[in-house]
Design a protein around this ligand. Structure first.
Ligand code: FES
Length: 384
């Protein structure tokens, strides 16, 4: 039974608004990327929210001040109610984003989404090489479909926004990736080196590039940037370094419970997409309204502000810029989410990051040896 708090708004309402609502509509996905950020035990999660339940979440999110909504998954296109959800979100005044692999997309669906008011579509690729792309995706048609849909998205007047997850098995093809994006007339390209959550963490030894590979990829990206700018070309290249080669942590989620609200397929509400693995019982939209979840729940308040910080974060002059880094990364690498993110050179656990960099100097496992994200592996790695 859903509970709505009776008491007046608490003083904790001085916290920011959940401006960004991420609606993870489903964990179902036709692909099986071994770096997927979905939880390892996704196959064991409860029933997906119904259309009406999602419409309730979207409405409450907007009432709470959310301005942007991202529809993701899994693959959100497997939900047949997607046009309805997009339409309602747009009607309520959200800026609407679709984050998709492009598999299952058709010209007709793009037209339907456009009619529903969709503002933005991002298509992800696995590689510029058809064979590697299809091997990573576990689909022999994936690459051709992605190319066709990227062109179709642009033909419908959307900016073409492409995302390539960069890792050990494609980083040395960075020129080919960028050339493909230019040939496709992409407007924005995110060259996002793999961050190690979910399946990527499980496969880290096979995915983390070396420092040398990263330096080369960044240099080449910068050379293309300069060339494109000189030619007045509209394509923008964004290169994202992996945390593992930084000495200071990222201000993950702009701070816990400060801007981002994720609702997972079964209705569990999280301050970030990775938090499900923490030893915290997070609230569910089937039991509580979003106002209660955002302002009152234990999970959303657990790492807000600075009071929870131990040393070295507590006395660090940079704590208001990076908030101690990423709670999920701290948990995965130290077993305690309250610790400083080990990415930070001041963390007593920074050695685990240094060791991972050293490990990356060895021969990586072949693509075929990676643990692919699928139901069977989800049950196996979860011990079921
Ligand atoms: Fe959860 Fe960084 S991914 S706090």
């Amino acid at each position: 039974m859903r509970q709505t708090p009776q008491q007046p708004p608490s003083p904790s309402e001085t916290v920011g608004l959940p401006l960004w609502l991420l609606a993870e509509l489903t964990y179902r996905c036709p692909l099986q990327c071994p770096y997927c950020s979905n939880p390892l035990d996704f196959a064991l999660q409860g029933a997906e929210l119904t259309t009406d339940e999602w419409l309730g979440v979207i409405t409450e999110g907007r009432q709470l001040g959310a301005a942007q909504i991202g529809f993701s998954g899994g693959e959100p296109l497997v939900r047949t109610d997607l046009p309805e959800l997009i339409g309602e979100a747009r009607r309520l005044g959200y800026y609407t984003n679709l984050i998709t692999s492009g598999i299952g997309l058709t010209e007709q669906k793009i037209a339907d989404f456009q009619r529903a008011g969709l503002d933005h579509i991002q298509i992800s690729f696995q590689s510029s090489d058809e064979q590697i792309n299809n091997m990573l995706a576990n689909s022999h048609k994936a690459f051709a479909q992605k190319l066709a849909m990227a062109r179709a998205v642009k033909a419908h007047g959307y900016p073409m926004v492409l995302n390539f997850v960069i890792h050990r098995h494609n980083i040395d093809h960075i020129e080919r990736i960028i050339e493909l994006c230019i040939a496709l007339d992409a407007d924005f390209v995110e060259l996002a080196t793999c961050q190690f959550y979910g399946w990527a963490y499980l496969n880290r030894a096979g995915l983390l590039p070396t420092r040398e590979q990263l330096a080369r990829a960044e240099r080449i990206t910068n050379e293309y940037r300069a060339r494109l700018a000189a030619e007045g070309h509209p394509c923008k290249l964004i290169f994202v370094m992996p945390d593992y080669y930084e000495e200071r942590p990222k201000p993950c989620m702009s701070g816990w419970g400060s801007l981002f609200l994720t609702v997972t397929p079964d209705g569990t509400a999280l301050p970030c997409h990775g938090a499900r693995q923490l030893p915290i019982t997070f609230p569910n939209v089937r039991d509580h309204d979003l106002r209660h979840i955002w302002y009152e729940s234990f999970g959303f308040n657990r790492y807000r502000g600075r009071d929870w910080m131990p040393e070295p974060c507590r006395s660090c002059s940079e704590k208001d810029e990076d908030f101690g880094g990423c709670r999920c990364q701290a948990f995965m690498l130290t077993g305690n989410a309250a610790n400083a993110d080990p990415v930070c050179g001041k963390s007593p656990h920074h050695g685990v990051i240094v060791n991972a960099r050293t490990e990356a100097l060895g021969l990586p496992p072949a693509v075929q040896q990676l643990v692919f994200r699928n139901e069977r592996n989800s049950r196996r790695v979860s011990g079921v």
